[in-house]
Design a protein. Structure first.
Length: 135
């Protein structure tokens, strides 16, 4: 079996679910994942917004109108915190789900730990994948 990167696993799953758009702001913490989407631009479009909150509100509105989910990404740190208001709106209607790819960072207790604390109190479902099988 060929080893895949975390980005390739996420990409393949989103394609299997027929998610049409991946929305967010690229940053150093997400570039490796976005690289996996370069080969699939004809099947899933990557849209860059000007603020992370816009991405979450766009995904929320799209789901409310179409019944289909969109994927939102942020960089590490404040980018994730900027999604809180939009995630709160989604949470009220129980349509919000979050999945994180922490990898080796989880055990190092990096400065982005507040993202993890925020997630636990905001999301209706929060999944932390620690290895490829859990993805």
């Amino acid at each position: 079996m060929t080893k895949r990167t975390g980005g390739e696993i996420v990409r393949d799953r989103l394609l299997a679910e027929k998610v049409p758009y991946l929305i967010g702001i690229p940053g150093h913490g997400i570039v490796a994942m976005l690289d996996a989407f370069r080969t699939s631009q004809d099947r899933i479009k990557v849209l860059q917004v000007r603020h992370e909150q816009s991405a979450v509100h766009l995904a929320n509105g799209y789901y409310r109108v179409s019944g289909k989910p969109l994927a939102v990404f942020t960089s590490i740190g404040p980018g994730a915190l900027n999604t809180a208001v939009g995630l709160g709106a989604s949470y009220v209607d129980w349509i919000c789900q979050n999945s994180e790819l922490w990898g080796k960072l989880m055990s190092k207790r990096v400065r982005q730990m507040f993202d993890f604390v925020l997630n636990r109190s905001t999301f209706s479902t929060d999944l932390v994948a620690k290895n490829e099988d859990e993805l």
